[in-house]
Design a protein around this ligand. Structure first.
Ligand code: AKB
Length: 331
C-alpha cells in the first residue's frame, strides 16, 4: 500500500501563517486538509464547512469552524481572525446535483467564489486555490486529448459555473493582482471519503461494492470513457501548483490536468483481476448525457511544462491500492 502524499514534511518550508480550507468535509476537502496538516503544523490548517464532519475523527487534530461561504460577514471574520496565507475554496454543488437545483447551484458556485475572491482582496490574503473541472468542456469540444485552449460551450449548470469561475479568477489576477490558482480536475477517486452528486462518482462506488462482495449497478454505459485521477495524484498536483513560484504559473484561468482515462468496463475488468467473482451491470440514467458531453481524455502539456506535473497512478495501480485500503477498513 502507498501513503498519500502531503508533500514531504521533512523538506516542506514552514508556512508563515495559517491555511483555511473551505468545504473541508467534502470528498477532496477531507483529504486535502489531512495532506496540509501532514505537511504543516496541524493547528495552522483551519478546516471549515457548512456542517460538522460526519466522522469527527476525520478532521481531528486541528481547528474546525462552521462556515457557510455565502455568509460574507462570517467569512470575513474568520479570515480576519486566522489571517490565512492560503485559502482553498472547495465548496460547490457537483454536476448531477447542480442539474437538479440549478438556481442554488449557480448561487453557491458563483456567489461563494466571488465572496472568497473579494474577501481575499480586501483582507490581503496572499494566495487562493479554487478547483475547476473537466465540466468546463461541452459537446462541441474535441473529446480526445482535449487541449488547454479550445471550444468550451459547457451544457451543464455546473460546467457553466466552473467556466465563469475560471474567467473570474483570471479577472481578479489581472485587476487585483490576486494570486489565485486553479486546476481542472477529472473525476477523483479515493478510498477515504465518498463523493456526492457527481457524474464520475461511479468510479468510487464500484470499489466499495466490490470489497463488500456485492454486484455493482453502473449508471453509465460500459464504454463511456472519462478522464480520471487517483486522489494521491490530485493532492500532489494541488500542492505542487500552490507551491510553484508565481512566475511559473502561466495559466490564470485553470490548468488542464490528466492522469488516466477509462470506461466502466475497464475499471470492472481491473477489479476482476483482483476479485474474479465481481460482477457489474449497466443501467444508464440522466448522468449519461452529462458524461457524453465531457472529454474522454485530456492534454495537460501546459501543467507538465509550467510546474512539472507528473501523475503516478494508472488504473491498475490505483485498483490495487484502493482495494487494499478498503479491505483494511472492513477488517
Ligand atoms: C463531477 O462528476 O461532477 C465531478 C467533476 C468531474 O467535476 N467529479
Amino acid at each position: 500500500m502507498e501513503n498519500h502524499p502531503g508533500g514531504d514534511p521533512a523538506t516542506a518550508a514552514p508556512l508563515p501563517g495559517n491555511v483555511l480550507v473551505i468545504g473541508a468535509c467534502g470528498q477532496l476537502g477531507l483529504e486535502l486538509t489531512a495532506a496540509l496538516r501532514q505537511r504543516y503544523a496541524p493547528a495552522a490548517v483551519v478546516a471549515a464547512d457548512v456542517r460538522p464532519p460526519q466522522n469527527p475523527a476525520a478532521l481531528a487534530g486541528g481547528p474546525f469552524e462552521l462556515l457557510d461561504v455565502l455568509d460574507k460577514p462570517r467569512l470575513t471574520a474568520l479570515v480576519q481572525h486566522y489571517r490565512p496565507v492560503q485559502v482553498y475554496h472547495l465548496a460547490a454543488l457537483l454536476s448531477a446535483t447542480a442539474e437538479r437545483d440549478p438556481g442554488f447551484a449557480w448561487k453557491l458556485n458563483m456567489d461563494g467564489l466571488l465572496n472568497v475572491l473579494n474577501v481575499a482582496v480586501q483582507e490581503r490574503v496572499p494566495q487562493v486555490y479554487w478547483p475547476s473541472s473537466i465540466a468546463v468542456f461541452g459537446p462541441d469540444t474535441p473529446r480526445q486529448h482535449t487541449p488547454q485552449v479550445t471550444v468550451m460551450n459547457p451544457n451543464t449548470v455546473y460546467g457553466i459555473s466552473k467556466l465563469a469561475g475560471e474567467q473570474w479568477c483570471e479577472w481578479y489576477y489581472r485587476h487585483h493582482g490576486l494570486d489565485v490558482r486553479s486546476l481542472r480536475y477529472p473525476g477523483l477517486i479515493g478510498y477515504k471519503s465518498l463523493p456526492g452528486g457527481g457524474t464520475t462518482d461511479y468510479a468510487v462506488d464500484i470499489y466499495h461494492k466490490a470489497v463488500a462482495g456485492e454486484d455493482f449497478e453502473c449508471f453509465l454505459k460500459p464504454d463511456t470513457y472519462l478522464p480520471m485521477m487517483y486522489m494521491p495524484d490530485a493532492l500532489q498536483a494541488t500542492l505542487d501548483l500552490m507551491h510553484a513560484p508565481a512566475e511559473a504559473i502561466k495559466v490564470r484561468t485553470s490548468y488542464n490536468l490528466g492522469a488516466m482515462s477509462f470506461a466502466p468496463r475497464d475499471v470492472a475488468s481491473s477489479i476482476q483481476r483482483e476479485i474474479p467473482g465481481f460482477r457489474i451491470r449497466y443501467a444508464p440514467d440522466q448522468r449519461q448525457a452529462i458524461a457524453d458531453s465531457w472529454p474522454a481524455s485530456i492534454d495537460d502539456t501546459a501543467a507538465r511544462r509550467d510546474w512539472h506535473w507528473q501523475p503516478r497512478y494508472d488504473l491498475h495501480r490505483m485498483t490495487r491500492d484502493m482495494l487494499a485500503h478498503l479491505r483494511e477498513a472492513v477488517v
